[in-house]
Design a protein around this ligand. Sequence first.
Ligand code: GTP
Ligand code: SPV
Ligand code: MN
Length: 588
Amino acid sequence: MALTKNTAVLNWIDEMAAMTQPDQIVWIDGSQEQLEALRAEACSTGEIIQLNQEKLPGCYLHRTAENDVARVEDRTFICCRRKEDAGPTNNWMDPQEMYAKLKGLYTGAMKGRTMYVIPYSMGVVGSPFAKYGIELTDSIYVVLNMVIMTRVGTAVLDALGDSPDYIKGLHAKADIDPENRYIVQFPEDNTIMSVNSGYGGNVLLGKKCFALRIASYLGKNEGWMAEHMLILGLQNPAGEVRYLAAAFPSACGKTNLAMLIPPAFYREKGWKVWCVGDDIAWLRVGEDGRLWAMNPENGFFGVAPGTNEKSNPNALASTRKNTIFTNVVHNLDDNTVWWEGLDKNPPENAVDWKGNPWNGKTSDAKGAHPNSRFTAPAINCPCISDQFESPTGVPISAIVFGGRRAKTAPLVYQSFNWDHGVFVGSIMASETTAAAAGAVGVVRRDPMAMLPFCGYNMGDYWQHWLDMGTKIEHQPKIFNVNWFRTDDEGHFLWPGFGDNMRVLEWIMKRCFDEVDAVEGPIGYLPKVDDIELEGSGVDRELLADLLTVDPALWKEELAGIRTFYDKFGDTLPKTLDQELSELEGRLG
Ligand code: GTP
Ligand code: SPV
Ligand code: MN
């Protein structure tokens, strides 16, 4: 039975049901009874596997199709009326043409299946910054994930009332056919359509599709920003908590930084990190003239491999109950899960991510997919911030950009000012990871970590960043970090993880004028003595090396940036062109 009288909602659902032809329609009310019944049904069909309920209460395992394990950027489209509004970095198709093509794929796609109606909120229901969506899907796995990642149920429909202001999302698994897989955003219609996939980022439509692609477009029009950023609070020994937001590309360390546990030396003095969000931030200018960030999500869809008791104990703890694991190893001995980098004791009697028997002691092949994930409720996180549910978020002192660069980028540097900071974000580049289908380890330009997620022309997006700067009276300082510099054998030089605290301390001190810096061609760099190394195993010489800026490498970099910028033609803001010339000048 329909849970709303909202005619905009009901008419749209009728239309989608007429096209997809499900056997029945089930509204997700968010109740535990309903979810329990859905879990039982999904277990009975093998869609999910119930794990050891003593060791992992409320936890389940799911395996996606082998060809469907990551986001598909080449099949992701921004369909707005004018091609130039999608810009040179997005795939585009005329909306009418795309609707027609999709209609062919969706027609009858839910025959013999159930259509679930998921009313969900990005942000705390009823908060002035929350935005609502309805996802229609034929996958119980999607329902169970959306319930963890967003706020789902009747309360959302009550808050929406009879307003037509919601984001429409249609997902059908169809045949999981990679040749007919489409992830399509229609920003001008508040609509998302996804077909032929069952993998997270392609089908949990509240996440990348809504909270970044559609929301970035809304933000441009409404004067706010939707960014691929973690949000954390750094508590100092005086008990003050200062907040930062950081944009790193997929699988480049956001979840790890957001849940960081400071090294013993810091903990003893009273330092602590609080997690507000690990992937997405919505940022607005507050009445106090500061920039405020809120996390629209309600859970973590985190990378499993590499997560362990040492690298990220808070993430691991978050996954010990009410969590869905996707594409990890199934340990048959005790009905638990395992992944590469969890511990040095892989199970022998196990099933790999493809569903085949796997012996971790003898097999050379990986047992878990490199992009295997956990979906865990945010409230499970031992360091979740007491501001997590704050309807308007937290005030941001620092914005941090970063990526995987083996050589060029130093451990940390600060931009000269807001506009230069926008430039620093725009010239980000990073090695590709398993989070998206395609080659791994190839350096590509990924401005603000938004290349795959910006819902409109990236040139206009940069202009929006510049415009926002003029509206923020108390601007955050902007930084760039790189945890991934390597030696000539490819080993990481910086210990990373908890030791990144040392860099965070410097960043916050810079924001509050508590430490000075050295002015260099690319920005302000720390003095070697200003980064705490006690207990890190890193000596001053190595730190100095991590902070070097090689002019020869940067001159090569300039050429790459110029080529990238040239793609944008007239939409490249003059300010950024000017910043590039100035950098060129400073490098000599
Ligand atoms: P998405 O969920 O895809 O957006 O990824 P993310 O940015 O949240 O990345 P995450 O924190 O999950 O880390 C991805 C990978 O980077 C994992 O394999 C981590 O072990 C590794 N990693 C994270 N932080 C560090 C670090 O400081 N140093 C090194 N060397 N590796 C790191
Ligand atoms: C990312 O790829 O940045 C993720 C995972 O956070 S996904 O939800 O697949 O986008
Ligand atoms: Mn992400």
